[in-house]
Design a protein around this ligand. Sequence first.
Ligand SMILES: NC(=O)c1ccc[n+]([C@@H]2O[C@H](COP(=O)([O-])OP(=O)(O)OC[C@H]3O[C@@H](n4cnc5c(N)ncnc54)[C@H](O)[C@@H]3O)[C@@H](O)[C@H]2O)c1
Length: 393
Amino acid sequence: MIIEVKTNQRNYPIIIERGAICKAAEIVYGEPGTDTAVSGTAKSGTADTGAVGSGFTNSGTAGFDGTKRGIIEPGSKAFIVTDSGIPDKWKEALQRQFPSSPMFIFEQGEASKNISTYKEILSWLASNRASRKDTVIALGGGVTGDMAGFAAATYMRGISYINIPTTSLSQIDSSIGGKTAIDLDGLKNIVGAFWQPSAVIIDTDTLSTLPARQLAAGLAEAVKSGLIGDAGLFEIFEEMEALAFMQPTAQADTLASRLDGIIYRSLMVKKAIVEQDENEASLRKLLNLGHTYGHAYESYYAGRYLHGECVAMGMMTIIQDEEIRTRLGKVLKMLDLPISCDADKGRIAELVMSDKKAVGNHIEIAQVDEIGKAHLETWSIGKLRDMLETVQQ
Ligand SMILES: NC(=O)c1ccc[n+]([C@@H]2O[C@H](COP(=O)([O-])OP(=O)(O)OC[C@H]3O[C@@H](n4cnc5c(N)ncnc54)[C@H](O)[C@@H]3O)[C@@H](O)[C@H]2O)c1
């Protein structure tokens, strides 16, 4: 499956294909299993077909958006950025195809998404003589994508960047939209840039090594996408919930077999929104459903819950329609995501009030009208605080 994303900065393909990581070089350069392309021998798309590398024709699609360019320029050298938690099998799968590419491995975890790792990546690019026509490949979750993407956005005023996300969260959420960032002085994503990738390669096989809790947390964002823009996507989760009588392994197999479709549909929801509102002026805020409380829970629990788990609780707090909350609660439970918590309401209210998205005493929040349809509402901070009293956290 290929999604064509069109933005003002650049258009790019998102390739969703099991096993795609083993074809990354082919997808990028049009030459299988080697980075000889790095020395300048790669074929870019031909004038006849407009094809962008044989990876696309392999995927049953002849080219992307009619351009005659390759995904990256012939002769562009790849610089791989990854973290210490990515299993060797995925690193090796990539390194085999890009044998002369340097690989930068940083310590896994959000704590590394900081200015010193960012600086190390820039120094590593510079010392390896990365040029303006070279490319950064990010292999990893949202932390890797955000940091490698930001380094690519700023090195030599911006070089090409290809994202190979390997967590459910990064495949579903951070693989589209062009947000890149690092944290600073305890403030999350406070330094960053909108920098669209040249391509995104999503291989759901990589999720086979992801811990189940991480997998489920990322799926909270897919549930959110269903709620705001695709009732059919939400119903996929409800169908799985109806299979709750199955053995856990059978349930996991059912989920695995549906992952490509779930990711594709989630990205289509986000694509429709970000293409209309690239810089988050308005519509894009719909994607923040559940995030106002979610971020507050995340700060409050300081690492006890994963981002997606906090979004799950945040959606349960903000959604007002009882029937929708009941349906959502069942789906989240099926995914082993938390739907209530023991947070101190007063402290959550304080954290909500200091949300960086608040303007004066107000904040725009997403609200679900019916499953698959949402709108934005401006709420006073007081209303958000009062909500905490009326809902069971
Ligand atoms: N740019 C955006 O639009 C956007 C959107 C949402 C979130 N984010 C950012 O994403 C980050 C969170 O991303 P995340 O949840 O992917 O966390 P992460 O990148 O820290 O990955 C989680 C853990 O899983 C490990 N891992 C990754 N892939 C694996 C695999 N296939 N098998 C086994 N282990 C694997 C990593 O080493 C890490 O320890 C946050 O910093 C958040 O701000 C960015």
